[in-house]
Design a protein around this ligand. Structure first.
Ligand code: MRU
Length: 367
């Protein structure tokens, strides 16, 4: 997508063909720093400290992390270490393991001398595939927006949570791809952006994406969605996911479940944009089988923002003695999900729906 008229992806290679470049997303929306990653350890740090985040981009960065390692130490030991270090960065987004498994399966049988070029080529292909997957998700999701636009006057009001935008993927975003494509087609949309405490990915990132593309939007506190749905001011919810089980249970940023409950109670369609690498075919029950990342309590008791003098600073919002508890993701049971917008079409959120859409994985899911 474009930033001040210049097309960007969220991850790309520098002029030397080896250095990986990313946007430090912890500094948005007040600054737009491009950062060089030159070692596997730097790629791991960028994922762990959330300079890059969002399930698909975590996977793409891990793939390039493997490539950086192969450029420095392509031995079997180096390969095993890169897998281990990168895998330990963040536990919930399954795209991380998916990308690492993919890279290891490709690289292991190769002679060490051949591994770096192969790793860079595959990491680039993973990025290109992500862009195409998200473009297709957008085309399928667009039909939902078109249907609503055809039956009501005024804008289609879409609520989204966290940032499942182009910054969370290599390009387009998942939940935002239908929105970008609707706007390109001239359909009037308005986006309710959940702020998404504690890290405020909605406030910092989704709002920035919407503002950069001139898409009408309002930032709302996380508690406002239910109220807006009761008043008929939300036509459609579209969120992303960090891991969806073979049964269609959806793990996503903390607070997603409450939005799904409110949507269910108010008859608002609740869709999840789901690239196939985000499906964990090995697990069925989202509540018991998905590890939920616990992050530092300081993210809850403190906030980052820009002061009136333009300085980006952190403030404490709770008493010194209060500790924050910070589960970063929750699980929305499949029964609350209206549909899964995949690159192949819109699937029912169920074992049968996913198996019919991705028959090549049905056997793994049945094991
Ligand atoms: O903790 P984050 O910012 O990595 O969480 C991101 C989300 O929860 C997104 O909704 C999800 O990764 C889908 S991104 C297309």
């Amino acid at each position: 997508m474009k930033v001040n008229g210049t097309p960007y992806r969220s991850i790309w290679l520098g002029a030397d063909g080896r250095t990986v470049q990313i946007i430090d997303q912890t500094r948005l929306p007040h600054d737009f720093p491009v950062v060089d990653l030159t070692t596997m350890e730097e790629a791991a740090l960028a994922i762990r400290d959330m300079w890059v985040r969002g399930a698909p981009l975590i996977g793409a960065t891990a793939a390039y992390g493997m490539a950086l390692q192969m450029a420095g130490d392509p031995s079997d030991t180096g390969l095993a270490r890169a897998y281990e270090v990168l895998h330990a960065t963040r536990p919930t987004a399954i795209n991380l393991r998916w990308a690492l498994d993919d890279m290891r399966a490709l690289l292991s049988p190769l002679a060490p001398a051949d591994r770096a070029d192969a790793a860079y080529a595959r990491a680039a292909a993973i990025c290109d595939e992500d862009v195409e997957i998200n473009r297709r998700i957008g085309a399928h999701g667009l039909t939902l927006i078109e249907t609503i636009a055809a039956r009501k006057p005024g804008p289609v009001n879409i609520l989204t949570h966290c940032n499942a935008g182009w910054l969370a993927t290599v390009d387009w975003g998942t939940a935002t791809s239908p929105i970008y494509q609707a706007v390109e087609k001239g359909i009037e949309v308005h986006v309710w952006v959940d702020e998404t405490r504690p890290r405020n990915q909605g406030a910092h990132l989704t709002s920035w994406e919407m503002a950069s593309h001139g898409i009408p939007h309002h930032l709302i506190v996380d508690n406002a969605g239910g109220h807006l749905m009761q008043r008929g001011q939300v036509d459609l919810c579209i969120v992303g996911t960090d891991r969806t089980t073979a049964n269609g249970d959806v793990c996503n940023k903390i607070g997603t479940y409450l939005k799904a409950l409110a949507a269910h109670d108010n008859g608002v369609p609740f869709y999840v944009a789901l690239p196939s690498p985000t499906i964990d075919w090995r697990v069925r029950d989202g509540l018991s089988e998905i590890p939920i990342e616990e992050r530092h309590g300081d993210e809850v008791t403190k906030l980052w923002g820009r002061d009136p003098e333009g300085r980006v600073t952190q403030v404490q919002i709770a008493p010194d003695a209060t500790e924050g508890a910070n589960p970063a993701f929750d699980v929305t049971p499949a029964r609350l999900v209206t549909g899964l917008i995949t690159e192949r079409g819109i699937a029912e959120a169920s074992a049968e729906g996913l198996a019919a859409m991705f028959p090549e994985h049905a056997a793994t899911a049945a094991e």
